[in-house]
Design a protein around this ligand. Sequence first.
Ligand code: TYD
Length: 209
Amino acid sequence: MFIVLEGPDGAGKSVQATRLAEWLCVRGLTVVQTREPGGTATGDEIRAILLQSDHLHLHAETEALLMSAARAQHVHEVLLPALERGDAIVCDRYADSTYAYQGGGRQLNMEQLAVIQHFATGGLVPNLRILLDLPVEVGLNRRHGDAGQINRIDRESLAFHERVRQTFLELAHADPSSWTIIDASADIETVTAAIRIAVVAHFHLAVTS
Ligand code: TYD
């Protein structure tokens, strides 16, 4: 079970990832909860370069390669070993974030990004991607409500964030069997319930509370 939560900034992915991981643990699964960029010591160092506001000069190509470099380390150090052990994975962002942010947001070439993703991941793809979708203004207002959370990418224009959101929606609509779209502007409990329903349906789990 390799589940990824995706979506624009401020969608509440990290809260929902924790809730989902805890819920799967209660159901008897061993769960690895992780996130990108990051998830390893090397990845966390790359994350610091990517998100610090004093790296405003970072080129789009550099950004895409650093996101993918952190991902390669994550795949080999954390994700593949977890799957080999038979653990479930709940991951906050994965390769589709690169398509949405660097492809949609930065308008880099999608085919080239796909080649880089294949190289970085060795072709490892999630079995379920959950898109926590919400209007850009709502997400950014949530982020700006907590000034300490604002990173270099949050500071991009509204048009950038709108392209990110639209790209996520296009990816999800293009492959409905591996994506679920959830309205993340709803309250936390409603979103949590919707995620559980999606996971139960996708993995044919027995229905419990
Ligand atoms: P983070 O603070 O983790 O944001 P969030 O809570 O919204 O996930 O910062 C991660 C940022 O990095 C976020 O703005 C999305 C961006 N990102 C990319 O641009 N490309 C990627 O491949 C990934 C994984 C993240």
